[in-house]
Design a protein around this ligand. Structure first.
Ligand code: EPS
Length: 389
């Protein structure tokens, strides 16, 4: 069964919901891990007042019994403390669309001059539910020693030089966790914090670049057979689907267009003594492909980067049009964040995790975790015999 997730909920409605279909029965859900991802998503320097009100935690409404999935659709609820959708005084109609937000396109699409319904659903509040769903999927990945790690790589001209490898990533993760902006490099953190401060002072906003690495993927997730099954295409869709993301890259990404083939492709080596690893002994001295070739994982770490544009709600406003009068006005302002890049890095880490889990279950399906395990083990055993010994 295909692993699917739908979310529902308005930013100031009673709750956010995620419905996940296609999980095998018997998966143990690590609630403290899932809640910790939600907590990290709420954090990061640059957030506005809303996160002081919310305390995101999952409630499993369906599909779980005694901490184990049942195989039935799983429903997660995350309560909104700031629930006031029907209160016209605190949640008034919005007639002055914010450039860069969904306001104008949504108002026209749903044939209204009130942007409220659009912005409530377009809000990045939705990413709480998506993060929780991704963290659930990562509980499955961890059973197979597949780990996902995301962080903030860059903002404006500040760019962390940190190299992330299979060997050092846990140490880099500790550095990230000690940083207010989820960036593992100290000097870059300071620059990023100063840029967020400047943006705040100037009533402006700022975005940046997030990066996610996946370790331990076996060779062969995804498929080259049809474009719908390509792992890179799925990852790109998932990351581009995060509010405010405007570009996605795998490995070298756009740099591929600036190099010759010999400087892009990763030579193949075989190390029989590493046959037990998830790459089955097929190693690479470089990873420009970002762990994906022909739409399939190639055994190297998967590396995805996503760019978040600056948040569209500017305290200084921008030139816009009043949808009631047609007059030129400044755009509306609602309480918002100056920068949600650290939070976005957590969202990205988890949506990437979800797609990897979906591809994993596509390859190794089963009604129960035991059946998935058997399918995975059978595959690994056969893959280790590709080169006759
Ligand atoms: C958002 C506006 C702000 C953010 C929100 C995304 O909400 P509010 O208007 O209630 O202050 O805080 O993000 C979240 C609530 C969240 O949990 O990430 C927007 O317009 O996208």
């Amino acid at each position: 069964m295909t692993l699917l997730c739908k979310t529902a909920g308005e930013s100031h409605g009673p709750c956010g919901i995620a419905l996940i279909e296609g999980l095998p029965a018997g998966l143990s859900l690590d609630t403290s891990f899932i809640n910790n991802e939600l907590k990290r998503r709420q954090g990061g320097y640059g957030r506005g007042g809303r996160q002081k009100i919310e305390h995101d935690e999952v409630v499993f409404l369906a599909g779980v019994r005694n901490g184990l999935t049942t195989g039935a659709p799983l429903v997660i609820q995350i309560a909104n403390n700031d629930s006031r959708l029907d209160d016209a005084e605190t949640t008034p109609p919005i007639h002055r669309p914010r450039p860069g937000h969904a306001d104008l396109a949504g108002a026209v699409k749903w044939l209204t001059n009130d942007c409220r319904n659009t912005l409530e659903r377009a809000s990045a509040r939705e990413t709480a539910a998506r993060t929780a769903a991704g963290a659930v999927a990562r509980c499955l990945l961890r059973e197979f020693d597949i780990e996902v790690f995301g962080f903030v790589r860059a903002m404006l001209d500040a760019h962390a030089p940190t190299e992330v490898t299979m060997e050092n990533w846990k140490m880099v993760r500790d550095e990230r966790d000690n940083s207010d902006v989820y960036c593992p490099d100290d000097a870059t953190c300071k620059e990023i914090i100063s840029q967020i401060r400047t943006a705040k002072k100037e009533q402006d906003t700022v975005g940046g670049l997030c990066e996610t690495h996946v370790f331990g993927c076996p060779i062969g997730l995804g498929s080259c057979c049809s474009w719908q099954e390509k792992l890179d295409a799925k990852l790109a869709g998932a990351v581009m689907g995060i509010q405010a993301f405007k570009s996605v890259e795998i490995g070298l990404g756009a740099q591929c267009g600036h190099r010759m083939g010999s400087q892009v492709h990763d030579a193949i080596t075989y190390e029989a003594n590493k046959i037990q690893d998830s790459h089955f002994g097929f190693t690479r001295p470089s990873n420009h492909a970002g762990g994906i070739e022909g739409g399939m994982s190639n055994g190297m770490p998967i590396v995805v980067r996503g760019t978040m544009k600056p948040i569209a709600t500017l305290l200084q406003g921008m030139d816009s049009v009043d949808l009631q009068s047609g007059e030129s006005v400044r755009s509306d302002y609602e309480r918002s964040d100056v920068c949600a890049l650290p939070a976005a890095s957590v969202v990205m880490e988890n949506v990437v995790g979800f797609e990897i889990a979906a591809a994993f279950l596509e390859s190794f399906s089963g009604a129960t975790m035991e059946m998935v395990r058997t399918s995975y083990d059978t595959y690994c055993e056969a893959a280790r015999k590709i080169i006759p010994s």
